[in-house]
Design a protein around this ligand. Structure first.
Ligand SMILES: *Cc1c(COP(=O)(O)O)cnc(C)c1O
Length: 383
């Protein structure tokens, strides 16, 4: 089954009870039992399982070429559930430019429970190898990362991790299974902020997990039910609906990203462009080998933070906002917004310049987006 067909026919989204073609919203907390413990369809209580959520979970399992899916109330809830697989004393190696909320959950919450984290530049697998200790149990990566779109070799990391009996977790939010399927490259667990491309319409906050291994799935299911960060039926429905058009949206988003990148590369007011479609992007070949597309997030640098501030208010079709992955194009200044909580010296060391601007391309007309961004960049020269 090809990708666009899988988006429509993956999982079980036809209602098994009525034949309804779209998944009904089972807005119920509990289920009538015919006798004590005699459940009609296996459903007992909606924290444990709800048919709308079950349908969504079957979709993400199929899209990621895994066997089991889990839906949570946010991407961070999904990531937290995965970290709860660990025990006190365990150690995790994490990408140094991991999503800020992931970093915060790890360092401000899970460290208090005796789990330790080392943050390294994972673009070179050797940096991970150097940090492996007897207590290490997990490697957690994002590729491409945010906001500089750094590429990590999923195959190489998974291979190294397997040799040392570590779980490999990939946050696949930026690529989605339409462009990249980490389980097929050797990863054990895929996590998503489905708030972004999978939902795709800026109207739902959700997280998803997919795995292949049955025993691992049983442990995650136990954590999901025991700690309870589940996704409700309305939001599960919205995600199923959003996922159906993921391919159409990403085709247009990728087209827009590539057109914007080529304009930016030529523009005299742009100092640097960061996007894995560029041949001189670090690990370009690895990205080509492990994925089937390029992200809709593009970052670039203008001279300074003042120019960045000016630019983001001078565009018409790029909404000034955090987040990414929706139908509308967004623009942000990481040093003042998403990455403001990182101390300036660490930001500088990570290469996040004050004049860095991040775009999340939407599905608008390509020419309109390029022209809009270009006029805002042109205006910078006259100041
Ligand atoms: C947004 C995001 C998250 C967090 O997801 P929420 O749905 O906001 O909780 C995690 N990872 C990445 C890469 C993200 O972009």
């Amino acid at each position: 089954m090809n990708k666009k067909t899988l988006l429509i026919h993956g999982g079980k989204t036809t209602d098994p009870y009525t034949g309804a073609v779209t998944t009904p919203i089972y807005q119920t907390s509990t289920y009538e039992q015919d006798g004590i413990g005699s459940l009609r369809q296996g459903y007992e209580y909606s924290r444990t399982a709800n048919p709308t959520r079950t349908a969504l979970e079957s979709v993400i399992a199929d899209l990621e070429h895994g066997k089991h899916g889990f839906a949570f109330g946010s991407g961070i809830a999904a990531i937290s559930a995965v970290i709860m697989l660990l025990d006190q004393g365990d150690h995790v190696i994490v990408g140094s430019d991991v999503y800020g909320g992931t970093y915060r959950a790890m360092t401000k919450v899970f460290e208090r429970y005796g789990i330790s984290f080392d943050f390294v530049n994972t673009t070179d697998v050797q940096n991970i190898a150097n940090k492996i200790q007897p207590q290490t149990k997990m490697v957690f990566i994002e590729t491409p990362s945010n906001p500089l779109l750094r590429i990590t070799d999923i195959r190489a990391v998974s291979e190294l991790a397997r040799k040392h009996d570590l779980l490999t977790v990939v946050d696949n939010t930026f690529m989605t299974p339409y462009f990249q399927t980490p389980l097929t490259l050797g990863a054990d667990i895929v996590v998503h902020s489905a708030t972004k491309y999978l939902g795709g319409h800026s109207d739902v906050v959700a997280g998803l997990v997919a795995v292949s291994d049955d025993a691992l799935a049983e442990r995650i299911g136990f954590i999901q039910n025991s700690t309870g960060g589940v996704l409700g039926p309305q939001d599960s429905y919205l995600l199923i609906r959003g996922i159906k058009t993921l391919g159409l949206r990403l085709d247009q988003i990728e087209k827009n990203a590539l057109a914007v990148v080529s304009m930016l590369e030529e523009h005299p007011n742009v100092l640097n462009v960061y996007h894995p479609s560029q041949k001189d992007h670090l690990n370009y070949e690895i990205h080509q080998a492990q994925s089937e597309g390029t992200p809709g997030v593009v970052s670039f640098e203008v001279a300074d933070v003042e120019q960045a501030k000016e630019l983001v208010t001078d565009t018409r079709y790029f909404t000034l906002a955090e987040s990414l992955g929706a139908v509308e194009s967004l623009i942000s200044v990481p040093s003042l917004m998403t990455h403001a909580s990182i101390p300036a010296d660490i930001r500088a060391k990570e290469g996040i310049a004050d004049g860095l601007v991040r775009l999340s391309l939407g599905i608008e007309d390509t020419e309109d987006l390029v022209a809009d961004l270009k006029q805002a960049l042109d205006a910078l020269t006259t100041k």
